[in-house]
Design a protein around this ligand. Structure first.
Ligand SMILES: [Ca+2]
Ligand SMILES: [Ca+2]
Length: 211
């Protein structure tokens, strides 16, 4: 009987010993990684669609339409401008880099000069024979004397351009300049031969502008 109890106690002691041993190795079991212990699981299913976002701006379509409309407007204006330019050029003459446009109106030297500047040009001023011929042609059209931007206002007898430089080309009529009656400080082109005559600045003569 005592032997049986001893043996049972011994068996129980061994079990306790095993239990103690398994408790000692448990931490090792806890450090085991997923990779080492099994294959990874599959990816999950895609999630649901998110909530509808806020309304955005009108986008590039509207902007493109606005750009197209502006381009069409510019094209229309350009065509209109070219037509106008061609119509004006029909009244004028192109010589070298210059375009001479006749106002076909008489005015004083000072007022006519201002009129040309207001239009974005200057009073016509021939610097060579070809330019002089162009002005003569325009003057002939209306059979008028035409002022040119050459004067001796600054110093009597010394004819200069508007910028103060002395004239480098002249086409004086015989006997001119004569400063008749002491009041001729401006210059005009006589249409018949394109010759120059000094003249009263306050007279009203044809105004031709150059651009
Ligand atoms: Ca004079
Ligand atoms: Ca004269």
């Amino acid at each position: 009987m005592y032997l049986l109890q001893f043996l049972m106690a011994l068996v129980a002691g061994t079990s306790l010993g095993c239990a103690a041993a398994s408790e000692v190795i448990r931490p090792e079991a806890d450090t085991c990684t997923v990779l080492a212990c099994g294959t990874p699981g599959r990816d999950g299913l895609p999630g649901r669609d998110g909530a509808k976002g806020e309304k955005g701006d009108q986008g590039t379509d509207t902007l493109q339409k606005q750009v197209d409309a502006l381009e069409n407007k510019i094209l229309a204006l350009q065509t209109q401008f070219n037509n106008y330019k061609n119509a004006v050029l029909l009244q004028g003459l192109k010589e070298g880099q210059k375009t001479f446009i006749s106002t076909r109106q008489r005015d004083t030297y000072t007022s006519g000069k201002a009129q040309c500047v207001k239009a974005g040009g200057t009073l016509a001023c021939p610097k060579n024979a070809a330019e002089n011929s162009a002005l003569q042609e325009l003057a002939l059209k209306d059979a008028m004397f035409a002022f040119i931007d050459v004067t001796d206002i600054q110093r009597e007898g010394k004819f200069m351009y508007a910028n103060g430089e002395p004239v480098s080309y002249t086409n004086w009529k015989e006997g001119e300049p004569n400063n008749a009656h002491g009041i001729e400080d401006c210059v005009l082109i006589v249409p018949e031969f394109g010759l120059w005559n000094d003249w009263n600045c306050d007279a009203r003569e044809l105004i031709i502008c150059e651009f």
